[in-house]
Design a protein. Structure first.
Length: 576
């Protein structure tokens, strides 16, 4: 069953997630024990029934009828307690594993998230977790329930030599009604579950695709709490489904037992049919051993699938590749510094993981508070990398990045990133209301929404919508144009009290009209705030105080627009 010590260790670790449910486990075991005892008791009852029929004991009819009903009721109750208990545990284990994985995901490094397949991450949260549930519940159910049955029947065989093989099943119209009603409820709940799974997957996909925005907004905790709400609703719907499934069988069995009781009552009447009790009971007991023995031999496949899934999940939970900038924040030692004077890159060299050629090579520059600066250069010259390093997405190879002469590695990264307003080339929007998109990473305060939307030249359009700021974006291509989505991103930048505004190729994918609107938004940045623009279009950079010209990871020139237009060959070439 366990091919090596590692497999055993993984399974033990997996079972560790169930340790907090000791009472539910005990209740489940009791339920399965009660269910298993009804098997050999039923065999003994068959023997008594046969003997009563042979001896024409009419007075035994009432006792037997009551015993049959009692056995099936106990079997139903025991089966429900056992199955529901394991379902409760397994669904909670799934909930905890998903929540742990998502929380881990939010704080993993940008390097890891950038290099890991999105599909593989989603598979861990969905398929792998479900496989683990099979090992944590289905396998345990087979081992405990069928194990009790086998032991009980074997003991019964050794003592009495009787086995139960005869099972009476009767189909009644009332059973059809019960099944129909149960099917309707199951269908409705299943539909809800499909919706919740879709919501969970959608939120997960957004969070993975837009991890840079989440990190830039220091909104990891917000995303975790939102995911917890969706995940919790999925848990509740799944438990409803489990209750309906596990109640359906005992109700049907109880109805069948009543019919069987009536049949036995008739059989024990003077005109009833008689049989050899010893022979029938023996065959019955032997027949009852077949199913549990078969399931016990098949349980290994379930466990192996669960171990494979658990290994995949635990391998991710054990990853120590945290966002390096969060180390001090986790330890509570990060400095809650507020940008006051200047930003400095001092001999910074950086290369992406797996790349030998540095993207930035001993780069140095200073940006003072209130400056409006631009970085221009060919694609791949390192312009956008500067922004990502400033916000601490990646650790540098050498040199220092300082804010007010304090190395950013010593700062509380969450507080640092909350000071940035970052507008990217590709607008990043969530499947939420426009108000939630604008206020992302901050407490929603409607009095600031109009101000931010007005600065971004998107207020008139939002107020023209039937639901205004409460309109859900939802990724609809018809709701917002590319320019409008970018303006919504700019409105997010203006929401709250930011110190450093970053326009990272914000106009490169826009037409001329949309570009002019975005450029006008730069004029709305307060004079005491700092603006950093990554661009290559003339209209975007002509009003900047200072322009840095980048080429192959090095700043080859810098100065005002007028100065560079006259003296810099590289600048003239880039401007066409």
């Amino acid at each position: 069953m366990f091919q090596n010590n590692k497999s055993w260790e993984i399974y033990v670790r997996l079972l560790g997630y169930t340790s907090q449910y000791k009472r539910v486990i005990a209740l489940s075991i009791i339920g399965f024990f009660v269910y298993a005892q009804t098997q050999w008791v039923w065999a003994e009852l068959v023997k008594y029934i046969i003997e009563s029929v042979d001896s024409k004991k009419n007075e035994a009819a009432a006792v037997i009828s009551f015993a049959i009903i009692t056995i099936f009721v106990l079997r139903g109750v025991g089966g429900f307690l056992g199955n529901w208990g394991l379902a409760y545990i397994s669904r909670n284990v799934i909930y905890e594993l998903r929540q742990s994985l998502f929380s881990k995901l939010m704080y993993l490094s940008a390097t890891f998230l950038g290099q890991t397949s999105r599909g593989a991450l989603i598979a861990k949260m969905t398929y792998d977790v479900e496989q683990v549930a099979g090992a944590a519940s289905d396998a345990c159910k087979v081992i405990v329930q069928e194990g009790f049955i086998v032991v009980g029947l074997l003991v019964y065989l050794f003592i009495t030599q009787w086995k139960l093989t005869l099972m009476f099943m009767t189909v009644l119209p009332v059973i059809a009604i019960i099944v129909k009603l149960a099917s309707k409820r199951l269908q409705a709940i299943s539909k809800n579950i499909q919706q919740t799974v879709g919501d969970v997957s959608h939120h997960l996909n957004e969070s993975i695709e837009q991890y840079e925005l989440i990190k830039a907004s220091a909104a990891e905790s917000h995303e975790i709490s939102t995911f917890a709400r969706l995940n919790k609703f999925n848990l509740q719907q799944s438990l409803k489904l489990s209750v309906t499934q596990n109640l359906n069988t005992p109700i049907v069995q109880t109805c069948v037992s009543i019919v069987l009781a009536l049949l036995v009552w008739v059989a024990l009447q003077p005109s009833g049919v008689t049989q050899s009790g010893e022979f029938v009971a023996f065959l019955t007991a032997v027949g009852l051993l077949v199913k549990p023995l078969r399931q016990l031999t098949q349980v290994n496949a379930i466990i192996q699938k669960g171990i494979a899934g658990a290994n995949s999940i635990f391998s991710m939970l054990d990853i120590q590749d945290y966002d390096p900038m969060y180390k001090r924040s986790f330890e509570g030692s990060g400095d809650n510094h507020v940008f006051m004077h200047k930003i400095e890159f001092r001999d910074v060299t950086f290369s992406y993981a797996g790349k030998t050629e540095p993207v930035l090579k001993k780069l140095s520059f200073v940006i003072n508070k209130g400056d409006k600066v631009a970085f221009i250069g060919r694609s791949g010259s390192g312009k956008s990398t500067i922004v990502k390093l400033l916000m601490g997405f990646y650790p540098i190879d050498s040199g220092s990045i300082l804010i007010d002469d304090v190395c950013i590695s010593l700062l509380h990264i969450g507080r640092l990133r909350q000071q940035f307003a970052w507008v990217q080339q590709q607008p990043l929007l969530f499947n939420r209301t426009l108000a939630e998109n604008i206020s992302y990473g901050h407490v929603l305060d409607k009095k600031y929404l109009n101000k931010a939307a007005k600065k971004a030249n998107i207020l008139d359009y939002i107020t023209s919508l039937p639901k205004g700021f409460d309109t859900v974006y939802g990724g609809s291509e018809g709701l917002l144009s590319g320019g409008q989505m970018q303006r919504l991103s700019i409105a997010r930048a203006f929401y709250g009290d930011k110190s450093i505004f970053i326009w990272d190729e914000a106009t490169s994918a826009l037409d001329g009209e949309s570009e002019s609107v975005v450029v006008e938004s730069l004029d709305c940045i307060p004079k005491d705030k700092t603006a950093i623009v990554i661009a290559h279009r003339l209209n975007t950079i002509k009003n900047m105080n200072k322009i840095f010209v980048m080429d192959e990871g090095v700043c080859v020139d810098s100065g005002s627009f007028e100065n560079l237009s006259q003296h810099s060959l590289m600048f003239k070439e880039l401007m066409g």
